[in-house]
Design a protein around this ligand. Structure first.
Ligand SMILES: Cc1cc2nc3c(=O)[nH]c(=O)nc-3n(C[C@H](O)[C@H](O)[C@H](O)COP(=O)(O)OP(=O)(O)OC[C@H]3O[C@@H](n4cnc5c(N)ncnc54)[C@H](O)[C@@H]3O)c2cc1C
Length: 450
């Protein structure tokens, strides 16, 4: 058995893998499926007990559309995931062509099955804690789980942790701008035993028209006095069923294949939370649960169809929209959005707007077929040569990130990063030598619409 020294302890060393992915979330699971299909010997290290991250354990459903006509998909694997979800009665398309409605519980199965079918390995309940690096290379990483501490040494690494944990530990420079502050965090939950038809009829009778066909149902209240729900919320605050701060953001969606259940894209935590501060995260969970109790009482009292409804689940992961972001070879920012820039090494195309919760951005929306692209170079960290980053922590400014953080784009970054590693393995290159144009070409060959 090989061992190495870590913090003056002798610990086991595993060097069975060509690629280790930290975090099997939205980007990480897509990356892992792509890498395993390219016959890269891959291990996912995931601290939770299922794949999907924010999309499953954070209950973030549905995927937002990229808002280009026809909702093109930059990730071929995402397309395949969506078709599999539809076959399992766990995915749906709405009348505006958003085929991203899905059931987060079923997505856990689909991601795990696709990845294991491709021949990859997973370590659940395993947390990345540190890395040992030389000047420009990650030499090994340290994982903690029930087996204790173990070092893993691979040729390449992908940081898909959402918070750039591996990149940060390897001293990759990080973006310094934070906008007003980090984006607001939320703690999502679901309710079941809802008479969804009755609720849908109520919304229609009130005059809500969202262009959705039952059983796809959505409604929201974000302070807009014209909302069909505005008076209900006002009344509930007057009666003390809700507090003013519970109204920061309210949105609910039905879930394909789950009659009688709705996913709540709220509560939004009413105070600033630094997602990289353990105490503040804990406070956010505690406050979130208090608000969830009030939102349940409110929904049962005010929404026709919710009379017998009950809490079904609370998200296991706090809903973090944005935290630490790397400094990479290219930083995607406001100018790229405003000038609708296109790139030879594009990995995703989108017309999704700048989306900072709680702040009204007075910036132009894209219209009439306009779109921008995200370049592969935003995935390449400065300094370290055997690491790429995929997910919401790529190289982007605060406002740039607010546009490219949605799931379809995050999945495309995962697919692109994995393909880059596959080329590097085959051609024995470091990751800075990979040409993004080649990645784009393979993605297009696989069936992506970039
Ligand atoms: C409340 C909320 C609502 C949103 N609404 C939408 C929406 O409606 N539609 C949409 O498309 N997008 C939405 N988004 C954005 C989108 O869901 C996220 O940006 C995206 O899912 C992030 O993907 P990721 O892969 O970067 O991170 P994640 O999916 O969060 O994955 C990170 C993974 O890394 C793991 N991990 C972290 N640290 C470690 C470690 N040290 N060791 C091992 N594993 C680790 C985590 O457990 C997790 O599985 C929303 C986000 C939030 C928070």
């Amino acid at each position: 058995m090989k061992t190495i020294k870590f913090n003056s302890k002798e610990i086991k060393l595993n060097n069975d893998y060509q690629l280790i992915i930290i975090g099997g979330g939205t980007a990480g699971a897509t990356a892992a499926i792509a890498a395993a299909r390219m016959e890269v010997k891959t291990l996912i290290v995931e601290k939770e007990s299922a794949l999907g991250g924010s999309s499953t354990l954070g209950q973030v459903t549905p995927m937002m559309p990229v808002k280009i006509e026809g909702n093109p998909n930059s990730s071929a694997i995402n397309k395949e995931i969506k078709s599999r979800l539809k076959v399992e009665n766990a995915g749906a398309e709405d009348s505006s062509n958003n085929d991203g409605w899905f059931n987060p519980e079923k997505l856990k199965f689909v991601l795990e099955e696709l990845y294991l079918e491709a021949g990859g390995d997973i370590l659940y309940e395993s947390t990345f804690v540190d890395s040992q690096t030389s000047e420009e290379k990650i030499e090994n990483i340290i994982i903690k789980n029930k087996s204790g501490l173990t070092a893993y040494q691979a040729d390449y690494y992908l940081d898909c942790s959402g918070d750039a944990e591996l990149a940060f530990s390897a001293s990759v420079p990080m973006q310094e701008d934070k906008g007003e502050d980090y984006q607001a965090v939320s703690l999502r939950f679901t309710m079941d035993n809802i008479d969804l038809k009755k609720f849908n009829d109520f919304l229609e009778a009130k005059g809500q028209s969202r262009g959705l066909e039952y059983p796809l149902v959505e409604t929201a209240y974000t302070g807009d006095q014209n909302s069909v729900l505005a008076n209900l919320f006002k009344d509930a605050v007057n009666k003390g069923i809700l507090r003013k701060e519970d109204l920061n953001y309210f949105q609910i969606f039905s879930i394909p294949g789950q009659s009688g259940k709705m996913a709540f894209n709220c509560p939004e935590i009413p105070f600033k939370v630094d997602p990289l501060d353990a105490s503040q995260r804990t406070e956010a969970y505690i406050e979130g649960r208090k608000i969830i109790k009030r939102l349940i009482a409110f929904s049962r009292e005010y929404f026709p169809g919710f009379e017998q409804a009950q809490l079904a689940s609370q998200a296991e992961l706090l809903g973090v929209r944005e935290s630490r972001r790397i400094k990479g070879e290219y930083t995607f920012g406001l100018k790229d959005y405003q000038e609708r820039r296109k790139f030879d090494d594009a990995v995703a195309s989108s017309a999704y707007p700048l989306d900072v919760h709680g702040q009204e951005l007075k910036l132009d929306k894209l219209e009439g077929g306009e779109y921008y692209q995200l370049p592969f170079r935003s995935l390449i960290p400065q300094k370290v040569t055997n690491l790429l980053v995929a997910g919401r922590h790529i190289s982007a400014t605060f406002s740039g990130q607010s546009a490219v953080r949605i799931q379809p784009i995050v999945m495309a970054t995962g697919e692109a990063a994995a393909l880059a590693v596959a080329i590097a393995v085959k051609e024995k290159k470091n990751l800075k030598e990979i040409n993004g144009k080649e990645i784009k070409k393979i993605m297009l060959d696989w069936g992506a619409d970039i």
